[in-house]
Ligand binder design. Structure first.
Ligand code: CA
Length: 233
C-alpha cells in the first residue's frame, strides 16, 4: 500500500483556487489546473476530477493508461458541452494528470502542464512532458531548459482539456519499485520551487505535501498550489 499525502492552497496572490485534486481508491491520483475567466477555471477542473472518479469506479481494475485516457476524453466532451451551453464558461479548460498504481505497475495519462515526478533511489525525474509552447521550444532546441524556467510565455499551453474536440493524450505504463515516491503537482509548485528542493522535501519531510506547499508559499505563492505524494512501501 502506498502512503499518501495531499494538499492544495490558493497561494498568496490569486483570489480563487482553480486547481482540483482527488485521490480515488485504490491508489489513483488526479490533479487538474483550471483556466478561464470568472469562476470558469474552477468549474472545468472540478468537472474533470468528478468525471474521472465517476467513470473509474464503474470500471474493473487495473485502470490502465488506455482507461485513464478514456476518462480524459470523456471529461473533454463534458467540459466542451458545458462551455457551449453557457456563455460565461466559454474558453474554460483544465490540465489533467492521472496516475494509477496497481501493485508494482504504474499507469498514467496526461494533458497540459501539471506534472508527475518519480523519486527513485534519490534520483528525481519528471515523468510527464509539458504540453506548453515553451516546452516545444526546448524540444526543438530553440531555448535551454534553464531559459524555459523564467520564459514570459511559460503559461501558454499547446493543449488543454475542454478547449478543442481532439486531444493528444500522453499515456504510458512502467514498473514500480519498493521505495519509489510519486509526486503529482500543478505548476504553482514547480514555478516556485526548484527540483532539488522538492526532492529534498520528499526525502526528509514527515508530511511532504504540507512542506511542499509551505516551500511554494515561502517562495512567493504566485499561483494555486496542489500536490499529491504517494510513497510505495
Ligand atoms: Ca496553475
Amino acid at each position: 500500500m502506498a502512503k499518501i499525502f495531499q494538499a492544495t492552497h490558493v497561494g498568496k496572490v490569486r483570489k480563487n483556487n482553480e486547481d482540483a485534486l482527488i485521490v480515488i481508491e485504490p491508489e489513483t491520483f488526479v490533479v487538474a489546473d483550471g483556466m478561464g475567466g470568472a469562476s470558469a477555471g474552477e468549474v472545468a477542473s472540478q468537472m474533470l476530477v468528478e468525471t474521472v472518479r465517476d467513470f473509474l469506479i464503474r470500471v474493473p481494475l487495473p485502470w490502465d493508461e488506455k482507461i485513464l485516457a478514456q476518462t480524459i476524453a470523456l471529461a473533454n466532451e463534458n467540459i466542451l458541452n458545458l462551455a457551449r451551453q453557457n456563455e460565461q464558461y466559454k474558453g474554460m479548460g483544465t490540465t489533467a494528470t492521472i496516475l494509477s498504481l496497481d501493485g508494482y505497475r504504474a499507469y498514467f495519462a496526461h494533458v497540459g502542464d501539471s506534472r508527475i515526478y518519480l523519486l527513485r533511489n534519490k534520483n528525481f525525474q519528471q515523468i510527464t512532458e509539458d504540453h506548453s509552447y515553451v516546452e516545444e521550444l526546448v524540444r526543438r532546441g530553440d531555448i535551454t531548459a534553464q531559459e524555459a524556467r523564467f520564459h514570459p510565455m511559460k503559461n501558454v499551453l499547446t493543449q488543454a482539456v475542454g478547449v478543442i474536440p481532439r486531444l493528444y493524450i500522453d499515456m504510458a505504463n512502467f514498473s514500480v519499485e519498493k521505495g519509489d515516491a510519486f509526486l503529482l503537482c500543478t505548476d504553482g509548485l514547480t514555478n516556485m520551487v526548484d527540483d532539488e528542493t522538492i526532492a529534498e522535501i520528499l526525502m526528509s519531510a514527515e508530511d511532504p505535501a504540507y512542506e511542499l506547499i509551505e516551500a511554494a508559499l515561502a517562495a512567493g505563492g504566485k499561483d494555486n498550489i496542489s500536490v499529491i505524494v504517494a510513497g510505495v512501501d
